[in-house]
Design a protein around this ligand. Sequence first.
Ligand SMILES: [Zn+2]
Length: 119
Amino acid sequence: MGGKCPHRKVKKRRLSHKTDRRAKFLIKGDDMVYDELNKPEEERKALPLDEDLPGMGQYYCLHCDRYFSGVAVRDDHFKTKKHRRRVKQMMGEAPHTQLDAELAAGMGMPDNGPKLMSI
Ligand SMILES: [Zn+2]
């Protein structure tokens, strides 16, 4: 006889750590960037050294929510069409948020306050 051993177990594959780290690189929503840009300078978060990020996270474009590996790369990025369009977009009207949608629907200001953890 022979054949496959029925007791052989297949080891579960562990999730790659890459997926854990991915959130770090996800692009923020437009409204989040907009909020960030409208904050007073002192409320803006300082750029912490982060060795997972290009250029240790020190070269950051707030408008595009992107990190660059050096000041020259960032300056090059500042000249790109994509960035300029982004800046223009951020200077204009606020991007649509849930609040806008609710106001437009005549629901008025929602009175929920900040989101709390559900108990
Ligand atoms: Zn940019």
